[in-house]
Design a protein around this ligand. Structure first.
Ligand SMILES: [Zn+2]
Length: 106
């Protein structure tokens, strides 16, 4: 039986409205490993493809924790996750060799 793909939304630093925040530069924190960066640092890390935070089931998780979560919840070592990035969406396939991206129409 194939599991229904779960969804995660890519978090962009630009999504946070700084006018509504108390601090000049708020921090974003992974609910899994408590990895924490300021939005300014996160923007740079994401642009350099070092780190991506996702919104997943009401949690904010870093990509490392998200991959672990998907792998641990898939009994045969394979999982599929729908990733939503602004308007676009694509599927990430999780296998033993690591995640790979599959086109929405693929
Ligand atoms: Zn984490």
């Amino acid at each position: 039986m194939r599991m229904r793909p779960q969804e995660a939304t890519v978090i962009h630093a630009e999504m946070f409205n700084k006018d509504n925040l108390d601090h000049d530069d708020t921090e974003i924190c992974c609910d899994g490993c408590e990895l924490e960066y300021s939005l300014t640092d996160y923007k740079i890390l994401k642009e350099n493809k070092k780190l991506v935070y996702f919104l997943y089931d009401d949690f904010i998780v870093c990509h490392g924790c998200l991959f672990q979560e998907i792998m641990s919840s898939s009994p045969n070592g394979e999982g599929k996750l729908k990733v939503i990035d602004y308007g676009a969406s694509y599927f990430l396939n999780f296998e033993e060799e690591g995640p790979s991206i599959e086109d929405e129409h693929g």
